[in-house]
Ligand binder design. Structure first.
Ligand SMILES: *Cc1c(COP(=O)(O)O)cnc(C)c1O
Length: 360
């Protein structure tokens, strides 16, 4: 097929997410599987969000508001910014891709960490934009090495904080140095999908760092703590000039009417967010302790998942867990580790018991 697509697209392999429960049932006949593979909220969506989506169902013959006015207005209010500084996305995934498509070409360059969220790499490859993937040090973004990887051609630099799939974070001082040391032309994207789960005293809220740098985009999602992964909504906040260019490139009706309504209502359900956060803090600590007691090495996590190094090839462990009805997530570039989402207390207990058997 040479010549049909860019060589970088030829090199892509389709994204493989966490295995769906139905697929496991079809393949192995496992009927009571649990999924701890995609960092979804084990407490489910906010009831207020569900009710708002339901109320819109009868009107789905109408196109959604292409400007997502009500949702953006609420987000602007929540974050103390102007509506012109907010853009909605079909999941934050779309916005990460949109940044690359809007601002970078094959003549440019982008920087991200490795292993980090794989979407940055896919976005670069799909647009044929050269990139530098800077290795993590001790499973953590090395922001100095990333700053050093910036060239005169660099247009975008991505930081996932906390990082996926490691769960690790970078502290405020290091982020401030990055924002102030990288040349001003570069757009720095702080991907904060797990923002609400972080509790480290030095974890920085990038919204408070916007005065440090003009070209800063803060990206958040409704997929994680708000429990709306299936509806696909995220947003970015940044300077009006950047948001304006991204709006020219994005698809006109990129966020569905149901998703806009649900996301808007989810913002009002602060009780659901605080319950989800408290649950995660408690269960993340318990899961970490129990995995550590099994001899597994757990990276310090600020997210709703942990990266567990089982100190042997992880793929057979993953397969054995599947046969026991527990779906976790392996990564080719972390060959002895599994990413495990913090589930309900019962799900976590089942994972620990299954892993105890498998590692015996
Ligand atoms: C889950 C995740 C997202 C969110 O993806 P959506 O498209 O909003 O569902 C973004 N960034 C990182 C690092 C993630 O892990």
């Amino acid at each position: 097929m040479s010549g049909l697509v860019l060589p970088s697209i030829e090199s892509l392999v389709p994204y493989e997410g966490g295995k769906p429960i139905d697929e496991l049932a079809r393949e192995l006949g496992v009927t009571d599987a649990i999924k701890l593979a995609s960092n979804e909220n084990p407490l489910g969506p906010s009831p207020l969000a569900l009710e708002a989506a339901r109320a819109r169902l009868a009107d789905v013959h109408l196109y959604p508001d292409g400007a997502a006015y009500a949702l953006r207005e609420k987000l602007a209010h929540v974050h103390g910014v102007s509506m012109h500084e907010v853009i909605q996305g079909n999941g934050s995934n779309e916005l990460l891709d949109l940044v690359v498509r809007t601002f970078a070409t094959p003549e440019h360059h982008i920087v991200f960490a490795e292993p980090a969220f794989v979407v940055y790499r896919i976005a670069a490859l799909s647009c044929g934009v050269p990139f530098t993937a800077v290795p993590l040090t001790q499973l953590t973004h090395d922001l100095e090495a990333m700053a050093a990887a910036v060239t005169p051609k660099t247009r975008v630099l991505f930081v996932a904080n906390p990082n996926n799939p490691t769960g690790t974070h970078v502290g405020r001082a290091a982020v401030e140095r990055l924002l102030e040391s990288v040349p001003p032309e570069v757009i720095i994207v702080m991907d904060e999908a797990y923002f609400e789960y972080a509790d480290a005293p030095d974890y920085p809220d990038s919204m408070t760092l916007r005065s440090r740098r003009e070209r800063l985009l803060v990206v958040r999602t409704f997929s994680k703590i708000h429990g709306l992964a299936g509806l696909r909504v995220g947003y970015a906040i940044g300077p009006r000039t950047l948001i304006d260019y991204m709006n020219r490139v994005r698809a006109p009706f990129n966020v569905s009417a149901l998703a806009q309504a649900a996301a808007s209502a989810a913002l009002d359900d602060t009780e659901h967010v605080s319950r989800s956060r408290a649950h995660n803090l408690q269960e993340r600590a318990r899961l970490t302790a129990e995995l550590t007691a099994l001899g597994v090495s757990v990276a310090p996590s600020q997210a709703n998942f942990v990266l567990a190094d089982v100190r042997r090839p992880a793929r057979p462990v993953y397969d054995a867990l599947l046969r026991r009805g527990v779906i976790v997530r392996p990564f080719a570039n972390l060959p002895t580790s599994l990413r495990i989402t913090v589930g309900t207390a019962r799900e976590n207990a089942r994972l620990v018991e299954a892993l105890r058997e498998v590692l015996r």
